[in-house]
Design a protein around this ligand. Structure first.
Ligand code: PMP
Length: 322
């Protein structure tokens, strides 16, 4: 689908996967004016093809559009377009345990003009890709490096939007952490350099005694759809959740005192990813004995059960395409 100033979004169409032909001066190449989303479709045991919380993903896409000065989408129209696109190739939606169809809508600024101003032309493209089970060998905790130097985003910037620049800003730290043997980077805030923000492409949760704590949406972290789902499930189960600022010092102190019982990340790809070790200033902090915590496992089973249709869906998160 394309956008032209004066016309608006127009011309939704399904075409075979193919390379794009673009003008080298297209604004997206120079000024990074682009927005994307990542969501999933699942095939239930009875054959139904269903999306997980498409409304939440599309409204977040429009919030990203506002921040990046990209014209708003008609969310219902895009949902209908996704329905037609997925059903056109419905055999690509895998049905075995843990598999799904990953959906990547993205918007690029296509106006060929080397001036720093919002583009007057855009294209919205959707890529579909079947994905295998994230935990083919069973759910396994990851080791995370807490980043002391590089900053991913600051409040007032674009950190709360799903836009490519945030990921470009994280590549160097990610590369250095992986050389040290860590799977992902945990980011701290850019002002005080001590408040926990998020992990790579996941939001993060800590079980501190009887309470679950997750960083508040500070303006520089992504409002994860899985984060919101996990918070709702925990509260539904009567477990206290605090959304607040949480410093790395408080976490290290809780670890010393034995009250840091579990840590896990949440995101569309992994759903819930237990964290077995945090490395801060050269000191590895092993969490929960380095094994998957009970709460992380319970949340993983609950969310994936709703997605697969083997559990009831108390919040109405699944949207049937057929
Ligand atoms: N933070 C960042 C930076 C991400 O890229 C993602 C993945 N979209 C998340 C958090 C988790 O968000 P969600 O649960 O919506 O996938």
């Amino acid at each position: 689908m394309d956008y032209d100033a004066g016309i608006g979004w127009h011309d939704p169409r399904i075409v075979p996967y193919q390379p794009l032909v673009m003008d080298p001066a297209a604004k997206v190449f120079h000024y990074g004016q682009t927005v994307f989303e990542g969501m999933k479709a699942f095939r239930a045991k009875d054959g139904r093809i269903r999306l997980f919380r498409p409304d939440a993903h599309l409204s977040r896409m429009n919030r990203s559009n506002v921040r990046l000065s990209v014209p708003l989408l008609d969310e219902e129209l895009v949902l209908e377009a996704l329905r037609q696109l997925i059903l056109a190739d419905r055999d690509w939606v895998p049905g075995t345990e843990g598999t799904s169809l990953y959906i990547r809508p993205f918007i690029i600024a296509t106006e060929p003009l080397l001036g720093v101003a919002p583009s007057r032309q855009y294209r919205l493209i959707v890529i579909l890709s079947p994905v295998g089970a994230y935990y083919a060998e069973g759910i396994r905790p990851v080791r995370i490096h807490v980043e002391p130097d590089y900053v991913r985003a600051v409040a007032g910037g674009v950190g709360a939007a799903k836009t490519s620049g945030n990921y470009a800003a994280g590549l160097k730290a990610q590369e250095e952490a992986s050389k040290l043997g860590y799977a992902q980077v945990m980011w701290l805030d850019g002002v005080h350099r001590k408040y926990i923000e998020e992990v790579g492409s996941m939001n993060v949760f800590f079980r501190l005694g009887e309470t679950v704590v997750t960083p508040a949406l500070s303006g520089s972290i992504l409002a994860g759809v899985t984060r919101d789902s996990v918070i709702r499930l925990l509260r539904h189960w009567g477990i206290a959740v605090e959304e607040r600022s949480l410093s790395i010092d408080e976490l290290v102190e809780a670890h010393r005192a034995g009250t840091l019982l579990e840590a896990f990340g949440t995101g569309t790809a992994a759903v819930v990813s237990p964290i077995g070790e945090l490395q801060w200033q050269g000191e590895p902090q092993v969490i929960g004995g380095g094994v998957t915590g009970a709460l992380a496992k319970r949340l993983y089973d609950a969310v994936t059960g709703i997605q697969r249709g083997s559990e009831s869906d108390p919040f109405g998160w699944m949207v049937d395409l057929i």
